[in-house]
Design a protein around this ligand. Structure first.
Ligand code: ATP
Length: 375
């Protein structure tokens, strides 16, 4: 173990802007074509999101170099593939960590030996993630002497993530790492992935078709459909777009990054502020100043013309109607609202729209029935 070694660095916490990831690929399978030309942020979590068969895994594997397709790829300023120059860095030479749906650990080795396998793939000089730090980050210290057969699904995935980190990657690729887990295991591992995100300055590409995971973990979103990039950009911006498939269905809604500003111990509420407003939600342990992500579903937002407090709905935010779009039933529509710079989406009936005259430019009050705290 590297405990106490002065040169061992737990994490990289560089504050300087990171070179973006440039990925251009043209994949031609019989009956399926993927064309992507993306510039992705060099830090944070980018989710590749889309329906089954849209090309998420194909794109991830092309980036890992597991399959060779036509394209160009630059990560952290290093070119890993450039067809124009005949350059293709083979996958085992790329500083990339990959975590798949099934943890694919060596069953005959202990957790410690599995982790050592990851660590020994690179020379001491190239090591940027310390053994103890990776173990601590994934909360697996108590599992080190066990064999994988004696781990739960969530624990296996945490070991797989730690093993990937110990290869000191410049990029972490995760292909539906939670898909094989039940809801309880998923809930167990999500906080570790959040910690990974918060503490490591390592860009992560995360394939998922679960909207709740994406809302919770992603900063940036790439929406794929039948091999095409439908849209990509910051998560909050894309979730508020009415013209994208994400605006439809039960999970439609916005994510808002806010900050805890006050606790009301008497009523057990915590106030979270964001540009343009504040909401109160059931009290949690989060200290004042803590940044939190909120999710507000379109189905939980209604619209009123006055700020009448004559209702049990606690959270009302002044907003302006920006635009409307069809919803999933002919009776409903989606309204995009602007609450002092923070977008909200409301799913209301067409009848209400006409009765209240909710046209673009109209000042309104957004009544928020429920707010989910995501992190
Ligand atoms: N090696 C291959 N040869 C031929 N076709 C392939 C190959 N790999 C994937 N495909 C096809 O490419 C398309 C995209 O598959 P891909 O696995 O990338 O989708 P996905 O978005 O990750 O789907 P899912 O969410 O179901 O995992 C599919 O139609 C699939 O059948």
């Amino acid at each position: 173990m590297n405990a106490g070694r002065p040169e061992a660095q737990a994490v990289e916490r560089a504050a300087e802007p990171r070179a973006p990831i440039e990925a251009r690929f043209d994949v031609d399978y019989p009956g399926f074509r993927l064309q992507a030309d993306l510039q992705l942020p060099g830090r944070g979590v980018t989710a590749l999101f889309g329906p089954s068969g849209s090309g998420k895994t194909t794109l991830l594997r092309a980036i890992a170099g597991l399959e060779r397709h036509r394209g160009r790829l630059v990560v952290g300023g290093e070119c890993w593939q450039d067809d124009a120059r005949g350059l293709f860095v083979p996958t085992h030479k790329r500083p990339v960590g990959v975590v798949f749906q099934d943890a694919s650990l060596f069953e005959h080795l202990t957790v410690r030996a599995n982790l050592d396998f990851g660590r020994k793939r690179i020379t001491a000089a190239d090591r940027r993630v310390d053994f103890d730090a990776a173990v601590e980050l994934m909360g697996i210290a108590h599992l080190l002497e066990r064999k994988p057969a004696h781990l739960s699904g969530g624990e296996r995935q945490r070991v797989a993530v730690a093993r990937a980190l110990l290869t000191s990657p410049r990029l972490l690729l995760m292909d539906e790492p939670l898909a094989a887990l039940d809801q309880a295991r998923k809930r167990e591992i999500l906080p570790f992935l959040e910690k990974l995100h918060a503490e490591l300055d390592l860009p992560i590409l995360y394939v998922s078709h679960a909207p709740d995971e994406v809302a919770r973990l992603a900063d940036h979103l790439v929406l794929l459909d039948t091999g095409r990039v439908v849209a990509h950009g910051p998560l909050a911006e894309l979730m508020a777009r009415l013209d994208l498939p994400t605006a439809q269905g039960e999970d439609a809604g916005v994510v808002i990054d806010g900050r805890v500003v006050e606790h009301d111990l008497h009523y057990g509420l915590v106030t979270i502020a964001f540009p343009g407003g504040r909401v109160q939600v059931a009290h949690g342990p989060e200290p004042v100043g803590r940044r939190l992500r909120l999710q507000v579903h379109a189905r939980d937002v209604s619209v009123a013309l006055s700020a009448s407090g004559d209702s049990s709905i606690l959270n009302r935010v002044a907003a302006t109607v920006v635009a409307e779009a069809p919803a999933d039933t002919p009776a409903h529509l989606l309204l995009r609202l602007d609450a002092g710079g923070t977008p909200l989406v409301a799913r209301i009936t067409r009848l209400s729209r006409d009765q209240l005259g909710l046209v673009p430019g109209r000042p309104v009050w957004a009544q928020i029935k429920a707010v989910a705290l995501l992190a």
